[in-house]
Design a protein around this ligand. Structure first.
Ligand SMILES: NC(=O)c1ccc[n+]([C@@H]2O[C@H](COP(=O)([O-])OP(=O)(O)OC[C@H]3O[C@@H](n4cnc5c(N)ncnc54)[C@H](OP(=O)(O)O)[C@@H]3O)[C@@H](O)[C@H]2O)c1
Length: 332
């Protein structure tokens, strides 16, 4: 079968089409014939070799897919060959840019019959991340104000919707002009363009000087330390990534200025298969089926154009999810 592999980390030319054997599912696993694979920022970091967790190369990239179940291993219940599903590519969020991928059954989302497979591929990672950020790592409450950096990206859009469903108010930042439309349509009350506006001033003005309750930061760099100035006293910041680079700042001093707190977050620490994990899967499946949670698709690229997909995401002008059309499934 075809797959997009990275043997030596680097630029776009590190993305190589390779031929590999079709994988066979083991116990509690199933194989999906991939219709669409979604692009994630972490795919770029894995291609570049800067993903913080160790990744043994060569790898096949791809953290999430949609498609049709094509084989089932022993012990899998409630899923059938021919069923349309979306899934995280377990156990290490790799392998999805391929004609087929094997995933643990715990990583699968069951889809409503009318959801096109392109929209389905955009769902798993961002929506499960948003759920566990707001309901496992934090206890979001109605009326709280959440600020999300990179709000036009998939995680930002998912946090906007999941926080809105809990009755929280959402504001966010983007790094380029022209990226506010989607987050506003998803319920964000304010989208701040960091390239021309001071996000701390705007966030304080939005909250009448009080500061926001929670910040979700995926950027790090100089944006992370500055973000504490936009928190209320005893506010909380959760860092989930470092797209703008490793932050270098006196954390203790910053935390003491407003008695704030900070946490790290990794979605797989919600332990796929556990009760906590299943709560997230049920929440997403139910919200998608009721039409309350969706992930807009920004663009779909042919399998051969995987480098163009990475270039578009890296260029930071996109909003919504970028997808790779792999094969099979319903048309986009
Ligand atoms: N810890 C976890 O469990 C977990 C799970 C899923 C995702 N994540 C992280 O969440 C983030 C969002 O993921 P995504 O796939 O949805 O990506 P995304 O938000 O679509 O893309 C990343 C965004 O980061 C911003 N950015 C990139 N480079 C930057 C730089 N040098 N300086 C400032 N901003 C920069 C850009 O948005 P703006 O310029 O508009 O800000 C870019 O669009 C990523 O950092 C990812 O690694 C973490």
């Amino acid at each position: 079968m075809r797959a997009i592999g990275v043997e030596r980390t680097g630029g776009l030319d590190a993305l190589q089409q390779v031929t590999v054997p079709v994988p066979e599912p083991g116990p509690d696993e199933l194989r999906i014939g991939v219709a669409f694979a979604a692009a994630n920022w972490s795919d770029i970091q894995k291609r570049q070799g800067i993903y913080p967790d160790p990744v043994g190369y060569p790898v096949i990239l791809g953290a999430e897919v949609s498609g049709i179940v094509s084989a089932i291993g022993p012990g899998v219940r409630g899923l059938a060959i021919g069923q349309r599903v979306a899934a995280l590519c377990g156990p290490r969020l790799l392998g999805g840019y391929a004609d087929a991928v094997v995933v643990p059954a715990a990583y699968v989302l069951r889809l409503p019959g009318d959801l096109p497979l392109d929209q389905a591929a955009a769902l798993p990672l961002a929506t499960l991340t948003a759920f566990h950020l707001l309901h496992t790592a934090y206890r979001i409450r109605a009326g709280q104000v959440v600020m999300v950096h990179a709000i036009a990206g998939s995680v930002g859009l998912a946090v906007t919707q999941v926080a809105g469903m809990a009755g929280a108010r959402v504001i966010g930042t983007v790094g380029r002009p022209g990226k506010s439309g989607l987050p506003r349509r998803m319920g964000a009350e304010l989208v701040i363009d960091r390239s021309s506006e001071d996000f701390v001033e705007r966030a304080l003005a939005f909250t009448d000087g009080r500061g926001v309750d929670l910040i979700i930061d995926s950027l790090g760099g100089e944006i992370l330390p500055r973000s504490f100035d936009a928190l209320r006293f005893h506010g909380h910041l959760i860092n989930i990534g470092e797209a703008a680079g490793e932050p270098d700042f006196p954390v203790r001093k910053k935390l003491y200025e407003r008695s704030t707190s900070m946490a790290g977050f990794e979605v797989l620490h919600a332990a796929p298969g556990s009760r906590t994990w299943r709560r997230g899967v049920r929440f997403v499946e139910d919200a998608v089926a009721r039409g309350r949670l969706r992930m807009p698709v920004g663009a779909i690229f042919p399998f051969e154009d995987v480098a163009a997909m990475h270039a578009a995401l890296e260029g930071r002008g996109t909003s919504g999810k970028l997808l790779l059309a792999v094969g099979g499934g319903s048309p986009a």
